[in-house]
Design a protein around this ligand. Structure first.
Ligand code: FAD
Ligand code: DLZ
Ligand code: SF4
Length: 522
């Protein structure tokens, strides 16, 4: 150990908490005789936004497992533990300290997943006159230059065009020039609700019980971050590559075949339904997205899963995941400030606590508190929808999202939240606001029958707040959305309401906005 701390390094390879793969470009030409690895647990990353306890355990435990794996390979690893004596608590000061200590000729790293972190690290290296070599992140399938070329000359970016290009370029689910199954998209088959099938036969994602490393981290987080949001009981995320691969196998075997059909369904007490719960291991680089795609395609070829599910899953990873990342790096840093609908309200405090009478919000937030997880439609069509209809500032919704989800990293949370769910980017990620009333939630979930509100009603004390706020959203944003052809039908329905009804909706919406944002958390 003492040898490791005193020996100078040729290259100092910095590995961040979401870059836990020895195949990454930062390790190209790594020579264990003269190079060293640097991993930093820093308080600032856990506190710049209050973060869910399970998210903290996931990052710190996965980092420690990766450290051990590298050491087993014979790599020299300088690991700054959060509770280490000299830890200076942030990337900039820690990098300076370690550069002084190891005097490398170069600081090497893979491109971070957060614009802020990349700028800070570059600044730190400059301040100690250390050359820095930031290498492309090969964990993603689409290189950033290729995304830039895709975007060049296009008036607007659309997932569908990008996705088809990716299918063709990487020859995924292709039959010559045609898509396997004769169609690019099976969404029509993928909107079933679960009421008929029931949930008894669904096998929950495989649970990974904490080992001694994770147990130590659990104690540390419980002690140091007692006031962080979320609950730690039941933490069972995969934290190393072997567990990540086991989680993938479990999904392919037990849930992929129904993934497509029920991907939009929502059920009380069923956080995962047929979803994969692979976002964390993908985002921490414990699982390569190509392996996830190949495993799903192999299941289709072996007749173990139907095309609507396999295509749906491939679309999420080869399409959406890569598209979102492309948009982030194409549009940052200006993207973070976009606020096309000029929404300015703060996030209500109950979005952290779940203390509200709205059943859909209460169940979804309680699920977040327990698991740091919600599936796509809960994010988009319950939690995100509610924030947009209420009029919360898009960047604040992103901050809330970073604080409540285990899988949130800036590159993926920001375009999904500010862009897709809040329409803050005015249509870069999606072509229209995902606006819907409580009727949508009533159709796709079992939240409404036990709720004290009525999803069909827009005014009155028992009116569903989402339905009231939906009509008010259309009305107050009419100017900004009236030229969007995809909003025409919704605006026409708004026009059918008479003056008295519109007045009642407006009054109730203002009351809801003021009452709900009276108490905030951040
Ligand atoms: P599954 O439903 O099983 O999907 C498989 C995989 O596809 C996911 O693991 C994920 O890697 C990928 N994927 C699907 N949709 C997207 C997408 N829109 N963007 C990127 N990857 C996608 N995903 C994150 O990983 N981190 C986030 O912070 C995040 N924030 C989101 C915020 C909002 C408002 C919305 C609408 C979506 C967000 N997503 C985010 C995308 C998606 O909801 C999650 O990836 C998914 O719910 C994670 O659960 P799962 O692994 O069970 O996914
Ligand atoms: C989320 C997180 C946390 C809580 N802690 C650390 C840390 O101590 N060290 C680290 O390298 N990364 C951490 N992360 C992830 C970062 O906040 C950030 O998302 C990534 O560095 C971006 O690539
Ligand atoms: Fe949510 Fe409205 Fe349904 Fe209640 S009635 S669960 S608030 S959508």
């Amino acid at each position: 150990m003492s040898k490791a701390y005193t020996t100078k390094a040729r290259n100092l390879v910095l590995v961040l908490g979401d870059q836990l793969s020895a195949k990454s470009a930062a390790f190209d030409q790594f020579d264990s005789n003269c190079d060293a690895v640097l991993m930093l647990e820093v308080e600032h990353e856990a506190r710049y936004i209050p973060q869910h306890k399970q998210r903290l355990v996931l990052f710190f435990s996965a980092m420690r497992h990766f450290r051990d794996a590298l050491q087993k390979k014979g790599y020299r690893v300088h690991y700054s533990a959060l509770d280490g004596d000299n830890n200076r608590g942030n990337f900039v000061d820690e990098i300076k300290r370690w550069v002084h200590k190891t005097r490398p000729s170069k600081l090497v790293l893979t491109k971070p997943g957060d614009f802020r972190v990349e700028s800070d690290i570059a600044k730190a290296a400059r301040s100690v006159n250390c050359e820095i070599d930031i290498r492309a992140d090969r964990h993603f399938i689409c290189a950033l230059e290729d995304f830039r070329s895709h975007a060049e000359g296009r008036k607007s970016l659309r997932l569908e065009n990008f996705y088809r290009e990716m299918r063709r370029r990487h020859d995924v689910l292709m039959d010559g020039d045609d898509p396997v199954g004769g169609r690019w998209n099976f969404d029509q088959q993928n909107r079933e609700r679960l009421s008929d099938r029931g949930t008894e036969s669904i096998k929950a994602p495989r649970s990974f019980q904490p080992d001694s490393i994770t147990r130590t981290v659990l104690r540390m987080v419980n002690h140091r971050f007692a006031d962080a949001p979320g609950r730690l009981e039941g933490f069972d995320y995969p934290v190393d590559q072997a567990q990540a691969r086991a989680a993938l196998r479990d999904f392919i075997k037990h849930r992929l075949s129904h993934f497509g059909t029920y991907q939009d369904a929502m059920v009380t007490g069923e956080p995962y339904i047929y979803h994969s719960r692979l976002s964390c291991v993908l985002n921490l680089h414990l699982l390569d997205p190509r392996d996830a795609i190949n495993a799903a395609v192999a299941a289709y070829e072996a007749d173990e899963a139907p095309i609507n599910s396999v295509e749906g899953f491939v679309r999420q990873i080869l399409g959406w995941r890569e598209f979102i990342r492309g948009v982030y790096w194409l549009k940052m840093p200006e993207y973070a400030d976009l606020n096309a609908l000029d929404a300015q309200l703060p996030m209500p405090a109950f979005m952290w606590t779940g203390e509200t009478d709205m059943n859909c919000i209460r169940h979804s937030v309680e699920q977040l508190i327990d698991h740091a997880y919600a599936h796509h439609i809960q994010r988009l069509m319950v939690l995100g929808l509610f924030a947009m209809l209420l009029g919360v500032k898009p960047y604040d919704v992103h901050r809330w999202h970073m604080s409540m989800y285990a899988d949130a990293v800036d590159w993926v949370s920001l375009p999904n939240v500010l862009g897709m769910s809040q329409y803050g980017d005015g249509g870069i990620v999606g072509s229209k606001p995902y606006a819907a009333s409580g009727n949508y939630i009533s159709r796709m979930s079992n939240y409404c029958p036990d709720c004290r509100f009525n999803p069909k009603k827009a005014a009155g004390d028992d009116a569903c707040p989402l339905t009231t706020l939906y009509w008010d959203f259309l009305s107050r944003n009419r100017q900004q959305i009236r030229n969007n052809r995809r909003m025409g039908y919704q605006l026409k329905n708004l026009d059918r309401k008479d003056d008295a009804e519109r007045r009642a909706i407006r009054q109730r919406a203002r009351a809801l906005q003021s009452e709900m944002t009276h108490q905030t958390y951040l």
